[in-house]
Design a binder for this molecule. Sequence first.
Ligand SMILES: NC(=O)CCC(=O)C(=O)O
Length: 261
Amino acid sequence: MKIAIYQMDIQAGKPETNRDKVQQWIKSVAERHRPDVAVLPEMWTTGYALSEIAQLADEENGQTQQMLKTLAKEHRIDLVAGSIAVNTAEGVVNRTLTISRDGEVIHAYDKIHLVPMLDEPRYLAAGKEKASPYELQETTMGSFICYDLRFPEIARSLAVNGAKVIYVFGEWPEARRDHWDALLRARAIENQSFVVAAGAVGSHDGSNFSGHSTVISPWGNVLALGSPDEEETLVANIDISEVDEFREAVPALKNRLPARY
Ligand SMILES: NC(=O)CCC(=O)C(=O)O
């Protein structure tokens, strides 16, 4: 499975600009690399312009979702489309969408852990549903968003329920880049799954984002690593059979003893 990640310099508060950037990136990555799956970062339409988020957010099934459906169909690529701000009856949520190459939304999940350090609880509504696995490319996968990475139960629950590839979308601060690197690698090794993480670069309100988008194998090998500060495309091929091979060789997932923890 060939995966392309857009490590994006998101223009905070400029959804039109960001939609144009993503549209062009998908067209160019489709022509140059022909990936099976294209992956985007967290909150890529609005960035962290939280004080204006209700005005900048999409409506449900809104413009960004329609654009992604059209692009997925036109270029025959599955889009693990990072996350976007969406206005709902509960408030604005930070929502990830996965859209198949047939233009169907096959998975959505609203970030459940809001980040106090970025003032998210003041402006965003937390998701109420757990992150559930979904099928793409005849493989079970799962997705969650940035701060969720600090809560190992989410990745564990996805893996126990069959996920072999776990996607993470971030706008993670540079100041905590070491945590991003370490936690992503730990989630891959402990859940014996591929971890595919799309991060952002650039800065907002005086703080830089950490880059370091990555693809990590179940063995913990880093198959691709983005720069700390440049916008770029990462491309990696992953062999899903490595998941079963590793789980058989080191049967840690099977050997869990949940009743004893
Ligand atoms: N966008 C985020 O969720 C950032 C998370 C973060 O800053 C941290 O966990 O540290």
